[in-house]
Structures are given as structure tokens and as C-alpha cells.
Design a protein around this ligand. Sequence first.
Ligand code: FAD
Length: 452
Amino acid sequence: MAETESCDVIVIGAGLSGLRAAQLLARRHDVIVLEARDRVGGRALAHTFANGDSVDIGGQWVGPGQDRLYALIETMGMQTYPLWDHGDRLVHSRGRLGRYRGTIPKLAPHVLLNVHWMMTRFDAMAAQIDTLRPWDHPRAALWDSMTVAEWMRRHAVSRRACAVFAAGIGAVFAAEPHDVSLLHALFYARAGTSLDNLVSTTGGAQQDRVHGNMAGLADRVAQTLGPRVRLGEAARTIDWSGGVSVETGKRRYAARRAILAVPPSQAFRMRFTPDLPAGRAGLWMRMAPGACIKCVAQYETPFWRDRGLAGQAVAPELTVRVTFDNTEQGKTAGQLLGFIEGDEARRWSGRDPAERRAAVLDAFAACFGEQARHPVDYVDRDWTAEPFSRGCYAALMGPGVWTAYGRHLREPLGPVHIAGTEAATRYFGYFDGALEAAERAVAEVEAALEAS
Ligand SMILES: Cc1cc2nc3c(=O)[nH]c(=O)nc-3n(C[C@H](O)[C@H](O)[C@H](O)COP(=O)(O)OP(=O)(O)OC[C@H]3O[C@@H](n4cnc5c(N)ncnc54)[C@H](O)[C@@H]3O)c2cc1C
């Protein structure tokens, strides 16, 4: 192996969190970023269609309250534009299609009232959570002993109310209600302001897109770092016994401090010397991500708009449970975006791509008519199959994890500081959270370097 390369700080992971941490550190310190993939961006990734239009096939939205992300977009010379949010939305249930306006689909009045009440009650509970220390809430043990599914069973008056609430949970977590601890769901909603905010388009987390894509934002941040970013270098072992030494299979790197900006499931794959303390290992091995296949069909035009439709559908029983009009502002070609989430994503992962595409287009056709079955181009991405992500949108916590292990989430591991969206207290799971965690980890590193 080539000789050891030394610097002040090693950043592991060139997603938005690691890149931003390195950008901040590079003002005063010698920094190297190690990235396992042959590209930067992590869960931000763009796809270019045959006609040259492009789309984020990873994360894409930014909304009010995500101030760090808006600021970075502006600093990097990029601009946002609003998601197309005009016209009626659709609900597809029991083979029937209904039109509605607002966030909650048009349902029988008692179901509608119940879903609305569940959302209100859920958000009132979430508002009580301290996102720095969710385990300190007086009811933390109770809320962490049950899943969201159990809470729904107690509060939903009908199977339809359950299905609609579950569609919202699926859209936010890329998981089933039985996958997620109630305490984690409440923490997540609080970190993202409220569940209502997280499921909303205009005025909420799905409000804006970026011209040039979120992946383009990661590229621009990486450009400011130049050769400090080393691609195709997966950290395999981290020696944190005195300073930090990282081995990638190609090279060995040494530094006074390191920032780990990878998803917890990926951190757990690395070998640590000395071995990980039990609490940290216990946490990371339990923080598995949700499951999602993001699917985008491109059409000559956004034809649904002519019929007064927003391109947004909720379809709890179809392969694709939620859709959006993903047409890029200023482009002629229309794009329909759909997510396969949770159990359905696990079911479709690894299946024949042609079969999967047909199932997705079936769902689009069920909502938007036969024309939707015949796109000019199509792409989907199975994030559970992505080697250095293994799922999305973010890591989840099942019952018991926050209360037993949560205090280890952001604690540095000696000279190794923890970034990544999963270490955020605001917008955990989102790009904005990735930036918050980066800033906090950088502040810790700078304080430590100054003190030594
Ligand atoms: C389909 C999809 C839709 C989403 N939608 C949105 C959205 O609309 N809005 C939003 O805000 N968020 C969204 N998200 C979530 C958002 O993408 C993430 O919160 C964000 O990208 C996390 O950034 P990060 O830097 O913390 O982690 P990542 O982006 O996962 O970056 C971690 C990096 O570490 C690298 N890595 C892993 N292991 C190693 C190793 N051993 N050595 C070196 N490098 C390693 C990875 O390759 C990766 O580049 C979505 C995600 C997906 C996948």
C-alpha cells in the first residue's frame, strides 16, 4: 500500500453533509474527503433522459424552514422553482377515482374527520418532543414501546382512515407504520416542524425544486473542494486510538480529527480499532433505512394539466402510492413522478425492470388515463439496491431504539465526529438536516483543534 497521506481532518462520505463539512473546514484547515462511490452526492443523484432533460432520481425538494439549504443553493449560484401545484388532486381507492383539493383526500365525512383528528393529535404530541433529547419526554418509554401501526389502530375509526394515514407515513418514511417506533415518528415530525408540513407541497417540505438538480448542488460544492475529494475510496478501517487513521484499500490517511458523514448502516460496516463501544454498535446496527424505488416517466407534454389535474395522486392500494407532477420549469416535456415505498418497494426490489416499469405505468394509467401508459422515456432507481446507501430516505428507528441507544447518536467517538442527516436535530432525514449536522460537527472539530 502507498505511504500514508496526512491532513488536519478527514471527512468520510461526500454526500451533501460531508461536502458541506469539508467546505467549511477548508477555510482554515487541510482537509481530505474520502468517498466510496465514483461520484459525489450520495442520496442526491441526477438522471439525464434521452432528450437531454434531467431529473433528480434521489432527493429533490426543499421547503420553508430549510434555511440552510436555501442559503447554500443561493451561495452556489443556483435557483429554486415551485413544484407544479395547480388543479385537482386524485385519490384512487377500491378501483375508484376521486378528485379533491387540499392535503387530505376527499373521503366519507366520518373518515375525513378522523384522519384530520389523527393528524392534529399526532402533531400535538410531536410538538412536545425535544429533538436533542427525545428520550427525556415523560411518555418516551410508552411511545417508544409501540409502533406507529399500533397507535393508528387505537385512533383510527375505520380501515380507510388507517390506509390514508399509512399512505402519509409511507410517503414520509418510505416504510410501513409497523416499521417505525411512535417516538421516532414523533421526533421526525417535530424535527421537520410537523407531519402536516412533511406531507405538504406548497408551504411544506415538497414546495420547491432546484434548477440544475440537487445532485448539481452537490457537484458545485465538490468543485469548490477540487482535488481534496477522493472518489472510489471506501473507508474500510478506522483506527481512533490516537488521532485518526483511515484505510481505504488504496491508501492510508492520517489526521488529527475525522468527520463521519455516512448513513449509520454504512458506518456499522467499517472496522474500528479499538472496537466500537457497545452502545454505538447497538445503535448503528439497529438504524436500518426505509425502502423506496423512485420512478419518473417522461411524456411529450404534461397532458394531465389540460384536464385540470395537479399530477398528484394518492393510491394506497396501487404499486405507486403517491405521484407528483415533476415537470421541470421551462421545459416542454412533462414528467410524472411516483414512489414505490415500504413493503411494496421490498417486493419490487430485484424484480425484472420491464415488469416493474409496466406495474408503475399501470398505476399511472389508473390515475391519469391510458395516455400515461405510453411515456417517451422512463427511469427508476431502487435505493435498497444502492451499495453505499442500502435504502432511503433515511435511517429509521424501530421500538426501543431511541430510549435505549439514542444518547449515542451524536456523541463523538473520540476524535471521530458524527455528521450526516441522521445526526440532525432539525430536518433529520432531509438535506437541510445533513447541513445542520455538518455545521455542528465542524464546530466540534474546530473547538477540539483549537484546544489541542
Ligand atoms: C429517492 C430519495 C428521495 C429523497 N427525497 C428528499 C427530498 O425531496 N428532500 C430532502 O431534503 N431529502 C430527500 N431525501 C433524503 C436526502 O437525500 C438525504 O437526507 C441526504 O442526501 C443525506 O445526505 P448525507 O450527506 O447525510 O448522506 P448521503 O447522501 O447518503 O451521503 C453519504 C455518502 O457517504 C458515502 N459512503 C458510504 N459509505 C462510505 C465509506 N465506507 N467510505 C466512504 N464513503 C462512504 C456514500 O457513498 C455517500 O456519498 C431523499 C432521498 C432519496 C434517496
